[in-house]
Design a protein. Structure first.
Length: 163
């Protein structure tokens, strides 16, 4: 019975560690990050530094995509500004600027968003470093390079709120 309990505990620990860790299986070299994706990340950081949150949201709409925008593709979903964008806007001061990338993970998404603004393509999850002396781990921002969409061709920020 003790062996069975030990085995169950070991399996539980193994499963839990894998569940809560971010796989590095699809990591790429930071130097392999496409310039257009890096430019979109830099633009996002620039937008977050706008003092007024309403102005920040207006500028963010230009680079936002996927589930962050309404079907029209030009306006943010109702809860994005007041929660995810506000969190990143308030916390950008804790991150190095110019941005220091610590890790990049590349994956494929078959679709994010809905209606006319739904996009699919390569997603680059980019971790950025905090300022010296600020507690916590680097935080990710996800940017998608759309494929096969008639009008959306530039990289779009598709996941925020982790800063």
């Amino acid at each position: 019975m003790k062996k069975l309990n030990s085995l169950l505990v070991a399996l539980l620990l193994l499963f839990t560690c894998n569940l809560f860790s971010q796989s590095k299986l699809n990591d790429i070299k930071i130097s392999d990050l496409p310039n257009e994706v890096k430019s979109t990340l830099d633009k996002y950081i620039e937008v977050l530094n706008i003092q007024n949150l309403d102005e920040c949201a207006t500028e963010f709409c230009k680079i936002a995509g996927g589930g962050l925008v309404n079907e029209d593709g030009i306006s943010l979903r109702s809860n994005i500004k007041q929660y995810s964008l506000k969190k990143d806007h308030d916390n950008i001061k804790f991150y190095k600027q110019p941005v220091v990338i610590t890790r990049v993970n590349k994956s494929y998404s078959g679709g994010q968003g809905f209606g006319n603004s739904a996009i699919k393509g390569q997603v680059y999850k980019i971790w950025i470093s905090k300022n010296e002396g600020v507690a916590g781990l680097p935080a990710p921002v996800s940017i998608m390079v759309p494929e096969g969409h008639a009008t959306i061709t530039n990289p779009k920020v598709v996941n925020i709120g982790s800063l």
